[in-house]
Design a protein around this ligand. Structure first.
Ligand code: HMG
Length: 387
């Protein structure tokens, strides 16, 4: 039986910071970011947006009454956790009006966790084909100001409904993983921003890709030439270009740009959204490939610092285009507004208020869901139209 992605969508905030403005602020050549890093803009959340609102917003257009009724599991992948105990997905479960009998859990392994969630979801629906799993990946990538990683910030949420006989992508049962105990990027609980060994992380990303590819081949994986497109975890789009060249070299083939480029389009304007990045690249590939990919294979490389990598693949389903939300995605990107440098800094520092005191957040989010208030250490979300 085929299992995989039946529906998929993303959500991003309404405002972004332009990297040419960051270059001007720092007095450096804007090509350092546009070519050297391969990024044009990064998405910034409003004070009343976070992983819950972005995740719920991404899932909202996927859920009609019958789908909601079939969902028995919500897996929320993130490394921007809001609570050490309570899963962010429980707020999403409430905002979306999912059945009380649906289990909810939060999953973490840096940017990799959404792939683990997707694989577990496929295993679950193979056992219960009448059920569906809602997989959400949402993150806010915030690095220290004025450091080398500042240009690689971003945020966003991706939601996928996973089921049997999926309409969009049937995942292959084989895949290749590689795990290694390293510190290339990490965030101890007492820190707001991660610690990162940037050059080492890029090196480990490529080494993990090589190991995962080897494991994928050993597991009976498809040959490189059979992939119509390959999607990568994209901390910044240039990393995807390097990975694409590296993988082609390992497979002894040439790195054709058309197999990569449609997957970079959205990332250049959104930035890193950690656990959601690979799946944003998948949506970008499906939305922006001129050729009909129905019946063709897609390769995916997932990387999460620390580190776990996985090479997986799947077959795009005939007729998939009628199930995409391409216009919605393009409009969401096109209708955004640029932030001034001072407005960006204000958002970067987050809402002000004493820990444990009350913070009331003015309406700024453009979507249906927003964080309205934090009081008694509790977060209170509201929706414009009750679910
Ligand atoms: P940097 O200081 O900007 O590095 O940091 P750089 O000075 O080497 O410049 C980058 C590139 O720009 C170089 O090209 C320069 O030559 C080029 P390369 O050597 O790479 O080919 N350049 C220019 N190009 C055109 N015109 C110019 C110009 N000037 C310079 N005028 C770094 C870059 C990625 C290290 C930094 O941004 C960083 O630390 N980022 C965060 C870490 C990261 O994203 N790592 C990626 C792999 S790890 C990963 O993906 C996991 C992660 O998502 C987290 C998770 O799993 O949860 C991060």
């Amino acid at each position: 039986m085929k299992t995989g992605i039946d529906k998929i969508s993303f959500a991003i905030p309404a405002r972004y910071f332009d990297l040419s403005a960051l270059a001007a602020q720092r007095g450096i050549d804007p090509a350092k970011f546009s070519r050297g890093i391969g990024q044009d803009r990064f998405a910034m959340p409003e004070h009343d947006e976070d992983i819950v609102t972005l995740g719920a917003e991404a899932a909202l257009p996927l859920l009609d009454a019958s789908t909601k009724n079939q969902i028995d599991t919500l897996l929320f992948a993130t490394e921007s956790g809001l609570d050490q105990s309570k899963a962010a997905g429980i707020h999403v479960h409430h905002l979306l009006g999912l059945p009380a009998r649906c289990r909810v859990v939060e999953m973490k392994q840096a940017c990799y966790s959404a792939t683990a969630a997707l694989q577990l979801a496929c295993a679950h629906v193979a056992r219960r084909p009448e059920r569906k799993v809602l997989v959400i990946a949402a993150d806010v990538a915030r690095y220290d100001l004025d450091g080398p990683a500042e240009a690689t910030q971003g945020c966003g949420g991706v939601a996928m409904v996973v089921g049997a006989d999926p309409a969009i992508l049937a995942l292959d049962p084989f895949s290749g993983c590689h795990t290694e105990d390293i510190y290339d990027f990490w965030r101890p609980p007492y820190r707001e921003t991660p610690l990162v060994d940037g050059k080492f992380s890029a090196l480990k990303y490529l080494q993990t890709l090589a190991h995962a590819w080897e494991a994928y081949q050993a597991d009976g994986g498809r040959p490189h030439e059979s992939f119509a497109r390959i999607c990568y975890h994209l901390p910044f789009s240039r990393m995807g270009e390097k990975a694409h060249r590296h993988l082609a070299g390992l497979a002894g083939v040439s790195a054709e740009a058309e197999r990569l480029d449609p997957g970079l389009t959205y990332a250049r304007d959104v930035g890193n959204c950690y656990s959601a990045s690979l799946y944003l690249s998948l949506i970008s590939t499906l939305d922006n490939s001129e050729e009909d990919l129905g019946g063709k294979a897609i390769g995916l490389f997932s990387y999460g610092s620390g580190a776990v990598g996985e090479m997986l693949s799947g077959e795009v389903q005939p007729g998939y285009r009628t199930h995409l939300l391409t216009e919605r995605h393009r409009t969401m990107l096109a209708e955004r507004k640029a932030l001034s440098h001072s407005a960006y800094l204000d958002l970067w520092h987050g809402p002000r208020g004493a820990q444990g005191g009350e913070i009331i957040l003015p309406q700024a989010a453009r979507g249906t869901f927003r964080l309205a208030r934090i009081h008694d250490h509790k977060r209170e979300y509201t929706s414009r139209t009750p679910a």
